[in-house]
Design a protein around this ligand. Structure first.
Ligand code: SF4
Length: 351
């Protein structure tokens, strides 16, 4: 199928079935589309919508986000995962608001220089807001192209990645790019799905190599399997009445910038646990809570919670940028990792 025919069919599909009523498609601005595109990275539309609506209510414009503190931004992100997206979103807002005087770059290359905006996200923002030509290649579009052209090889491989960008560029029309890009994302998300592609409803079925061969499920080629390493750590639940001691994680690394439980090496003795908390503590009782496993993109972490019940709140100066006591009923007010919130919510109430 020629590129022109592919485009014609995709644009016709958009007219009939394209999604036109998503929250970020109303009152379209760089700010609104950018937030949606960052949220949609690795996350489905139905999951994103409630987060997007509440984020827009809390940070209705660029200035509101740029001048917010990071904790508030991370708190709005809690549950969406991949928290580096939220930290970059905040940094990007500050850069555009303070350094670019609130003016968004007017081309894809300059958009790509901003924190957290890759080539495909830049293309989506530019084309969806301005209607000007720009190519996108998100996970949905990759799946459609891999199947349509029966492209072998994991799309994360540089050679395959480059070939996909070339095909995406070749197929992207010069006119109505916003409609075309939206339709390609919709096609991948709703028809050309990972496990059950609905080829009978697909506008480009007659040219699809994977459909012709009945090999849709072979594409895209999966990432080569590697065994994720297993790690273990003690997480310290220091509790005084209904309050829990939280430590802010460093910006770099897992759950960067989120409030979490202080962590200790597995071989830390009970006597030494209190000294991990960076302050003198009064006597405590110590109890093990059930261990559980959490999987990150590159390793499994076995979390062994140890509860330290304090009889008195420790006195002494604490660095409030790093430590804070938080009431268990107020955990949602902070940016915290989902599994840690769950652990604390599941604990017996303090007596
Ligand atoms: S025919 Fe099927 S596999 Fe091919 S692009 Fe359409 S939905 Fe995907």
């Amino acid at each position: 199928m020629q590129a022109k025919e592919f485009q014609r069919r995709i644009l016709q599909y958009y007219q009939q079935y394209g999604r036109k009523h998503l929250p970020w498609q109303q009152n379209k601005t760089h700010y609104r589309v950018w937030v949606s595109e960052v949220m949609l990275q690795q996350t489905q539309v139905t999951t994103v919508i409630p987060y997007y609506l509440s984020f827009m209510e809390r940070f209705p414009d660029l200035a509101a986000l740029a001048t917010a503190n990071q904790d508030d931004v991370l708190a709005q992100w809690t549950g969406l995962g991949y928290y580096s997206r939220a930290r970059n979103l905040h940094k990007c807002a500050q850069q555009v608001h303070f350094e670019l005087n609130g003016k968004w770059p007017s081309n894809v290359e300059a958009l790509e220089q901003l924190p957290g905006i890759g080539r495909s996200t830049a293309g989506a923002i530019h084309s969806l807001v301005t209607g000007q030509p720009a190519t996108i290649l998100d996970g949905n579009v990759k799946r459609v192209l891999c199947r349509f052209y029966a492209i072998e090889g994991w799309p994360g491989k540089p050679k395959v990645h480059k070939a996909l960008w070339e095909l995406a560029d070749k197929l992207t029309p010069a006119q109505q790019v916003d409609h075309y890009n939206q339709a390609m994302m919709d096609l991948g998300a709703t028809l050309c799905t990972r496990s059950k592609p609905q080829c009978d409803a697909c506008p480009v079925q007659s040219g699809c190599a994977a459909f012709a061969a009945g090999t849709q499920k072979n594409y895209p080629t999966s990432k080569p399997k590697t065994n994720k390493p297993e790690r273990s750590a003690i997480f310290i639940v220091a509790q005084y009445k209904q309050q829990i001691l939280l430590e802010k994680r460093p910006e770099q690394g897992i759950w960067g910038g989120l409030w979490s439980l202080p962590q200790a090496e597995m071989d830390t003795s009970d006597d030494a646990l209190a000294s991990c908390l960076g302050m003198p503590l009064p006597p405590v009782t110590i109890q093990s809570l059930p261990a559980f496993r959490h999987t990150f993109s590159h390793f499994h972490l076995h979390i062994h919670p140890r509860k330290l019940v304090l009889s008195k709140k420790p006195r002494g100066v604490m660095d409030s940028d790093r430590w804070q006591w938080q009431d268990r009923s107020q955990l949602d007010a902070l940016g915290m990792p989902g599994p840690i919130i769950q652990l604390l919510k599941n604990m017996e109430p303090a007596t």
